[in-house]
Design a protein around this ligand. Structure first.
Ligand code: ATP
Length: 328
């Protein structure tokens, strides 16, 4: 244990995700438990530069574990990408007497933390908060479970209409670079096809599959399309293409958009966030820095942040196989 960490800052950065509040709560309460001061920074790196700080205690985080979004607000901050901006941030942290920070966010937020740590030898710890589940070094990011449950809920509702009217629905879900949301929610909601960035299904195969599905007696179909799917057409273009080539189908499109980011976190995300928050503060107290807290095989693990941001996580090939079998 080091005596050096007496005051820890916590903030959220990048896109918000459900469960971030549970992570903030956990960091604040762990600090209180360990008799360390805790300061919240509002609006991510922008708030750090502006000195938008608030002293926290265990009671400051009452009644937030169940809330989506982030009570500390999140922001994108161009200034932090510059040396001058990071110097301003460092000066503010020093002025406030902060010894270390915990950043809850995604890849970009971690890239900023790594730079800051290198330049000022300032202790930093990352907690992965993003619905995309795209960060190396953890099987789950905070918010992913809530997001896939939200998507499954919505698709269940869409299916009611699809089957009542014998329609084909293209449902676009988030996932520019990775198809974790599409694949997991697709399997969970029983989608007929799942189009993801990692796999180029091809238009012909999509048409074949839809034809087969119709022939086999299916009255309705749901196709999940990740934003970044490789087929090269957006959902509206896909609708036009299918209507042109398969006029038997009455096609509709639903773009889920930001609703996937909101809502009360699931129990899984709340528990995950609580565990990660505790580990983040404890790791700082142990004198560790520049790590991201992750979970693998239900054990909390620390991965150097540099490793975590090197690449996106890969799609689960076993789940892809399951999905192929389920869509026959
Ligand atoms: P999401 O997964 O939701 O996109 P994110 O953390 O990846 O979350 P970004 O917008 O990429 O979100 O990054 C958040 C902030 O982190 C940026 O606005 C910027 O202030 C800082 N940041 C990102 N990349 C860098 C970098 N290379 N150097 C310094 N700061 C960075």
């Amino acid at each position: 244990m080091t005596e050096n960490i007496k005051k820890v800052a916590v903030f959220t950065s990048g896109g918000d995700s459900p469960g971030m509040n549970a992570a903030i709560r956990s960091v604040v309460r762990t600090c209180a438990y360990k008799n360390i001061e805790c300061v919240a920074i509002y609006r991510g790196y922008q708030g750090m530069i502006d000195g938008d700080f608030k002293q926290m205690n265990a009671r400051s985080v009452n009644n937030i574990i169940n809330k989506g979004g982030t009570i500390l607000k999140s922001a994108r901050c161009e200034e932090f990408r510059t040396e001058k901006g990071r110097k301003k941030a460092y000066d503010q942290l020093k002025k406030e007497g902060i010894d270390a920070f915990v950043v809850i966010g995604g890849n970009g937020s971690f890239a900023g933390a790594v730079k800051f740590n290198r330049e000022y030898d300032f202790p930093v710890m990352g907690i992965p908060g993003t619905i995309d589940n795209d960060i190396l070094g953890t099987s789950f990011t905070i918010g992913f479970d809530t997001a896939i449950n939200t998507v499954v809920d919505v698709i269940d509702k869409i299916r009611d209409t699809a089957s009542s009217h014998n329609r084909l629905f293209f449902v676009e879900v988030m996932g520019r670079d990775v198809g974790h949301i599409a694949l997991n929610a697709g399997v969970g909601a029983g989608a007929e096809e799942i189009l993801i960035p990692e796999q180029n299904l091809g238009l012909e195969r999509l048409l074949d599959s839809l034809k087969r599905s119709k022939k086999s007696g299916k009255s309705s179909s749901i196709v999940i399309v990740a934003e970044g799917d490789k087929i090269g057409k957006n959902v509206f273009e896909l609708k036009e293409y299918v209507e042109e080539h398969l006029p038997i189908y009455d096609v509709r499109v639903s773009v889920l958009g930001h609703m996937q980011r909101g809502g009360n976190p699931t129990c899984f995300d709340r528990v995950l966030a609580s565990r990660m928050g505790v580990r983040a503060v404890e790791a700082l107290i142990e004198g560790k820095s520049n790590y991201m807290v992750g979970i693998r095989d239900n054990k909390l693990v620390l991965t150097p942040i540099e490793e975590a941001i090197k690449a996106h996580t890969e799609i689960d090939m076993e789940l892809l196989r399951v999905s192929d079998i389920m869509t026959t």
